[in-house]
Design a binder for this molecule. Structure first.
Ligand code: AMP
Ligand code: MG
Length: 507
């Protein structure tokens, strides 16, 4: 049982939490306070995010703030809840998952008036914990902090970490590890699995309440639609299609795209065994628990649609009284997924190669040019990030500038054949080379959080209590399209002995 909480009367800089989700019916969540920890220490406060949220960074970093971020002492304005949800895990339905180690403190309205959830991850057991300890280990907390900031830097919708706190307590995974709590900020925490939870219980009223809440919070323009729930499926599908396209364009592998890990806001959520790939390989898998490659890099688009199909199934009873009609409407709403994914992905790839879409350009020929390069990259294990970034810096009319890209291919001839075609295609654009380069650099990051660098941060922190390697990595991944001459080594792919072959979810 959690220890009783000390309550402090709220002072002015306390975050002005609101509780719209807790205003939903009682079976949507469990009211549960965090379990206090022995010795909280603030490891890092995300100053930029605190400012974006309009929160007082000095208060957060002070005694009362850290006590809140550790779950030890909550301001009066907090109303802690754990959310109920179900989910398909690796294709198998689990009717009750829920926040087993996450506790929502409340919502704040950020500087732009957007409602954002503030949640403690690793804050202790809840009624949804099953056999888990409700805690998080420092390693996965660091990974989530870094990858969230990297996604933000890349311009991809994501949840982010406001803070990391060490608990001063061990957690027991394969071995004892230092415990930590991450404060997660999300547009919301409603997942495909949240709908599945109520739908599987036949609770149509709850499904409708949740759908109405989701529309009001994230898709207000749909409220007046003739069939708002079909429109909701289509709108969620479109955001997901675009999101997954953007993952592919930077080489991101989520690693555990279960339906409980897909947020309906369109943000990337639940950074577990995720990773950015080094060498391009559509079959790349890092997650230690993904034994059959269900969530491999190149599987992500089809898994996205599979998950959305589970969402549509959960909403069927709201679409039409006639079950056949409802299915027809669901299917046509899901078309929005491909309609968003295809142009975002192929258009994104064309842009990565500097190809302008014009009246004269032949999109299908351009797509073939792109696919041809990707095929050669896969065959010759070229580094994904560096291939595109070094192409951005090259001038196809000056062969010497192509040397660095050539060198990335196990067999450089394979690249030479392709460059001739790229050069001809670019020449047709009649655009100054510098302009093309600038456009390409804005699409092709120089820096990603490479696995061996993330691992280096985790090892230093966990084994030596040394957080120093975190800062340079955050510097480059927060502004990944810029050059950081002092930190150029962060662009380097791993040496053979540095390669990280597996990542772990740490639950
Ligand atoms: P995840 O793999 O992190 O998406 O979690 C899947 C489910 O397991 C969710 O219901 C989590 O709340 C729960 N869970 C994960 N880790 C723990 C833990 N250490 N203690 C309790 N529940 C957990
Ligand atoms: Mg999860």
């Amino acid at each position: 049982m959690p220890i009783a909480l000390n309550r402090a009367p709220d002072a002015a800089p306390v975050p002005p939490f609101e509780h719209s989700y807790a205003g939903l019916p009682g079976h949507f969540y469990a009211e549960i306070p965090p379990t206090p920890v022995r010795e909280p220490t603030l490891l890092r406060l995300n100053q930029a995010l605190a400012a974006e949220l309009g929160l007082d960074a000095d208060w957060l970093a002070g005694a009362d703030g850290v006590a809140m971020l550790a779950g030890n002492r909550l301001p009066d304005r907090v109303r802690p809840i754990a959310m109920a949800y179900a989910g398909h895990q690796f294709g198998n339905f689990v009717p009750s998952l829920g926040d087993g180690r996450a506790i929502l403190l409340g919502e704040v309205n950020d500087r732009q008036g957007r409602r954002r959830d503030v949640q403690l991850k690793g804050a202790g057991r809840t009624p949804f914990s099953r056999s888990g300890d409700g805690r998080a280990a420092l390693g996965p907390v660091l990974r989530e902090y870094i990858l969230g900031e990297a996604m933000q830097g890349l311009g991809i919708p994501t949840t982010r970490a406001l803070a990391m706190v060490a608990t001063g307590e061990p957690v027991f995974r394969d071995a004892a590890e230092p415990g930590a709590i991450l404060t997660r900020v999300a547009a919301s925490h409603i997942r495909v699995g949240t709908f599945e939870y109520f739908a599987r219980r036949g609770d149509r009223e709850a499904v409708q309440r949740l759908a109405d809440y989701l529309i009001a919070r994230h898709y207000p323009e749909l409220a007046e639609d003739d069939n708002p729930y079909a429109a909701l499926i289509a709108a969620v599908a479109a955001r997901q299609g675009e999101l997954i396209a953007r993952w592919l364009l930077v080489g991101f592998i989520h690693g555990v795209m279960n339906t409980d890990n897909m947020a309906l806001s369109g943000e990337t959520i639940d950074y577990g065994p995720c990773a950015f790939m080094d060498a391009y390989d559509p079959n790349q898998v890092y997650s230690s628990i993904d034994r059959y490659g269900r969530y491999a890099y190149g599987q992500q688009p089809s898994i996205g649609l599979w998950n959305l199909t589970q969402l549509a199934n959960s909403l069927l009873t709201l679409l039409d009284d006639d079950p056949e009609q409802a299915k027809t409407k669901a299917r046509s709403a899901l078309d929005a997924y491909g309609k968003a994914f295809e142009p975002a992905y192929y258009g994104g790839l064309r842009a990565k190669l500097g190809l302008l879409d014009t009246q004269q350009s032949d999109k299908s020929a351009d797509d073939e040019l792109v696919t041809e390069l990707l095929g050669r990259m896969a065959q010759h294990r070229a580094d994904f990030t560096n291939t595109f970034r070094l192409l951005s810096d090259a001038d196809p009319d000056a062969p010497a500038t192509l040397e660095p890209v050539r060198a990335l291919f196990g067999k450089p001839d394979a690249f030479d054949e392709w460059t001739t075609r790229w050069r001809t295609r670019l020449a047709a654009q009649q655009e100054p080379n510098a302009e093309r380069q600038a456009r390409m650099r804005a699409r092709n990051p120089a820096y990603i959080p490479r696995n061996h660098r993330v691992q280096e941060v985790i090892t230093a922190a966990v084994e030596r209590g040394d957080l120093a390697p975190l800062e340079p990595l955050l510097t480059v991944v927060s502004r990944p399209y810029e050059e950081h001459p002092d930190l150029i080594d962060y662009r380097r792919p791993p040496e053979e002995h540095e390669v990280v072959r597996q990542t772990f979810c740490g639950t």
